[in-house]
Design a protein around this ligand. Structure first.
Ligand code: 6GU
Length: 233
């Protein structure tokens, strides 16, 4: 799979692309991630990429020219691919959407900055818009990293265990979160590993894990309705 990331802040991606799982996947040729600087496509002595919104209002918008030229330049390098603009008003990312994105041969991620994009960018490029959640980031770069990370680990050969991606939280038909897991030692500060996990009875272990997973999923649903606070037990 090839992923192009278009941004005004290419430097933000350097450490990220080298990171352990993604760095190894790139080195193995499993995913090709390239970063392009939108400002390369800006014109004039100031290489301007943003301007004030018509009709007034706060902040600056990305101008259509440099963004559309940059997308078209990367599209000319290989087949066009899906264009995805990262914006807080886009479709909310979840694991089901990540799974769909992972099926494309190629995606082009366009990071917004300032107060957003000129509306004609989406129209011209026939782009989709994705948000990573209902809160506001100062730009789409972190969101692009979230998408690349979540998508790359689903590509064949990226995870050590082929099986491990379908054991993840939010995977599978029921989209449950994982329940608690334990490693050594068998007892830590008076807290013992549940006996069932030491039983060697794989049927019982699978049933227990499923119950824990269902319980963790419903606890999470109710927690999201209440104010965030430190739990006391
Ligand atoms: Cl994709 N961009 C920005 N600026 N804020 C966000 C977002 C994206 N997703 C959630 N918040």
């Amino acid at each position: 799979m090839r992923i192009d990331i278009l941004t005004l802040f290419p430097g933000m991606f350097t450490g990220f692309l080298e990171g352990s799982l993604l760095g190894a996947a790139r080195a193995a040729g499993l995913v090709d991630v390239r970063v392009r600087d939108i400002r390369e496509f800006a014109e004039g002595p100031h290489r301007q990429v943003d301007d004030r919104p018509y009709g007034g209002g706060p902040g600056m918008l990305l101008m259509p020219g440099p963004v559309v030229d940059c997308v078209e330049a990367v599209q000319a390098e290989a087949d066009a691919g899906r264009v995805v603009m990262l914006t807080p008003g886009g479709r909310r990312l979840d694991q089901a959407l990540v799974e769909q994105l992972a099926k494309f041969e190629r995606i082009v991620l366009v990071c917004g900055r300032y107060e957003g994009f000129d509306a004609r960018i989406r129209e011209t490029l026939d782009a989709d818009e994705i948000s990573i959640g209902d809160y506001v980031l100062s730009g789409g770069e972190v969101a692009a990293m979230v998408i690349v990370d979540a998508v790359a680990r689903l590509l064949p050969g990226v995870l050590g265990h082929e099986a491990s991606a379908d054991q993840d939280s939010f995977s599978g038909a029921d989209r449950l979160v994982e329940g608690p897991q334990y490693t050594r030692p068998r007892e830590f500060r008076g807290l013992a590993v549940p006996e069932v996990l030491l039983s060697g009875d794989h049927g019982r272990i699978a049933r227990w894990r499923r119950e824990q997973s269902v319980a963790a999923t419903s606890r999470r649903e109710s927690a999201s309705q209440t104010p965030f606070q430190r739990s006391t037990s």
